[in-house]
Design a protein around this ligand. Structure first.
Ligand SMILES: O=C(O)C(=O)[C@H](O)CO
Ligand SMILES: [Mg+2]
Length: 252
């Protein structure tokens, strides 16, 4: 297996370029992040070039986080802000050569929200396609993100079908899917053609993948058997020194 360090959580106590170097030193094959926008692209590019790692993904801005926002793209009436966040993410991704952008939906519900999300995703997919960038959407669990628009893989597939763009894929985060739906083995098998990136963490505490209700030795072997060979995103909360949590990599 190959692994991508999610620097939104791993080495999150270090500046992003230093976190990239730490991921390389720990043996990761790639990195990904959440919201890199305050970090100059030159510093990120320098660390990526020095380490030879690729930044696999980043997220669109969430909007007014202090005011309770968690993404903009499914919020009716906020299309201008949502598209500005999409444009910003594409520009940053193009500059640092990142192939995936997670477009965040936001806290909302209902048919209008679905239509808004579909239209904004069409916009994102069209804008991203010339750069070979894939747009991702990710169902989040109801405990960490109560009220988030996108909560299940079925709902994500319905959105993907309505958008109808070949560069729109599912971010399959095993942690969220286990909390909302379970049945990970069958779901990964069935959804593989729609999956653009896979992430993981222990359930329910979102720690390293070496404890809890999901057996990741089994899940990783299923993913390998299916021939999926892109790096899997380690998106867990180390709860202290990241380097002290990495023994799972030796067992994977
Ligand atoms: O929370 C997650 O699982 C993510 O991947 C995001 O980046 C969105 O918060
Ligand atoms: Mg995730």
């Amino acid at each position: 297996m190959s692994f991508s360090a999610n620097l939104g959580f791993l080495w999150a106590d270090r500046p992003l370029p230093e976190a990239i170097r730490a991921a390389k030193a720990a043996g990761f094959d790639a990195v990904e992040c959440h919201w890199p926008y305050d970090v100059p692209t030159e510093a990120v590019t320098a660390a990526l070039q020095e380490t030879g790692l690729r930044m696999l993904g980043l997220n669109t801005r969430r909007g007014d986080v202090a005011g309770g926002e968690n993404g903009l793209s499914a919020l009716p009436g906020r299309e201008e802000d949502a598209r500005a966040a999409i444009d910003e993410a594409i520009a940053y991704a193009v500059t640092i050569n990142t192939p995936n952008i997670h477009v965040m939906a936001g806290f909302t519900e209902g048919r209008d929200a679905h239509e808004t999300f579909v239209e904004n995703l069409r916009y994102a997919c069209e804008k991203a396609a010339p750069y070979g960038i894939t747009i991702l959407i990710e169902p989040l669990n109801r405990y960490d993100a109560p009220g988030y628009f996108l909560t299940t893989t079925d709902q994500a597939l319905a959105v993907i079908a309505d958008v109808g763009a070949s560069n729109l894929k599912l971010m399959f985060d095993c942690y969220h899917v286990q909390l909302m739906e379970g049945d990970l083995t069958h779901r990964i098998e069935a959804l593989l053609p729609s999956i653009g990136h896979i992430q993981f963490a222990s359930v329910p505490d979102r720690g390293a993948p070496d404890h809890g209700e999901v057996n990741y030795t089994h899940i990783f072997s299923i993913i390998a058997r299916l021939g999926y060979d892109a790096p899997l995103g380690a998106e867990y909360k180390p709860g202290g020194d990241t380097d002290a949590t990495l023994s799972w990599m030796n067992d994977a």
